[in-house]
Design a protein around this ligand. Sequence first.
Ligand SMILES: [Zn+2]
Length: 430
Amino acid sequence: MFDLIIRNANLPDGRQGIDIGISSDRIAEVSAKIDAAAKEEIDATGRLVSPPFVDPHFHMDATLSLGLPRMNRSGTLLEGIALWGELRPTLTREALVERALRYCDLAVSQGLLAIRSHVDTSDPRLVTVEALLEVRDRVAPYLDLQLVAFPQDGYYRSPGAVDALNRALDMGVDIVGGIPHFERTMGDGAASVEALCRIAADRGLPVDMHCDETDDPMSRHIETLAAQTIRFGLQGRVAGSHLTSMHSMDNYYVSKLIPLMAEAEINVIPNPLINIMLQGRHDTYPKRRGLTRVRELIEAGLNVSFGHDCVMDPWYSMGSGDMLEVGHMAIHVAQMAGIEDKRKVFDALTVNSAKTMGLKGYGLEKGCNADLVILQARDPLEALRLKPNRLAVVRRGKIIARTPPRVSELLIDGRPSSVDGSEYAPSFGG
Ligand SMILES: [Zn+2]
């Protein structure tokens, strides 16, 4: 007797017609046919059942603050930074908690059940840290939230940042952040990478830095980050977020850099929506895309996972908490058009991100946490194309969100009475 059985599921690895048996908060059986009863059953009707989406790079202290204290009229990064500077001193714990909880509601409804959020530690009040630590506790039953101490105004550039970052870690923030390309000189940037990796090694914490988020081909802090990772024995525990300068680097240099990154087991986190919006702004034409070298990094064996980064905040007025929107953009900007390419993009929104975050018990194997999402699509490729409704979201064996299938009524004589976009792939034969 199971607590829940999901029947007739298609899995991301291509298996079809699979039953998933859940006992308490764990997956107890995954097989072609489970001959047993359950307290509750869901017929997935040949739809895709995936482990939950995972966002390895987000800013939950800024999300949903769009329009506060005013709109970003130019849509540029610089006006966004200025806006955040105006908003930051006025932030209250209550308002931060409220917005973050609201975003987590949206995330859950989209099957997004784990998020790594950077937290700006630049304001010495650390009200952002207090708020997000509270949110981390409050959402824990339904969403895994990891926090990164992020010295947004620079670790050395901003007075008081060194002390504030240490206090944030003392308060219980999980991960050491950084922003070396924003320091005043290349030398300061490199020194910040070394200092922050040392802190991580001393405290036994992971590292996740905003690194080389610039179009400057000479912004090469990822090299320093990889080298310091090896020096401090942090292999596999360090993430480089953005790495957009790699787009513009000399090819010979990159041929030397990527093997170093592989040796350091750097987790690579591009943010396709933000990168294509913000990079190349100083170019006339041709304009660079600015996304890091996704295909080459995957081929070199690096763990690549995509982040959403921003949703309706001073930097980015778009976004919906849907990781498939992120993957959809990645396919286009990184030109990941092949069948295997798209499967890799789906992995970058799920298993790879779970690896980046070090999530335990993630996956659809027997013994894993009973966390999953049923999509109104047959397979990962169709999911990326349609960004379909999440029919059900399950966390630790309990259904925590449901969305009806999207079906339109059609009122044209002589034509079908309804349209379900998920049945339009030609291989359906319809
Ligand atoms: Zn970011």
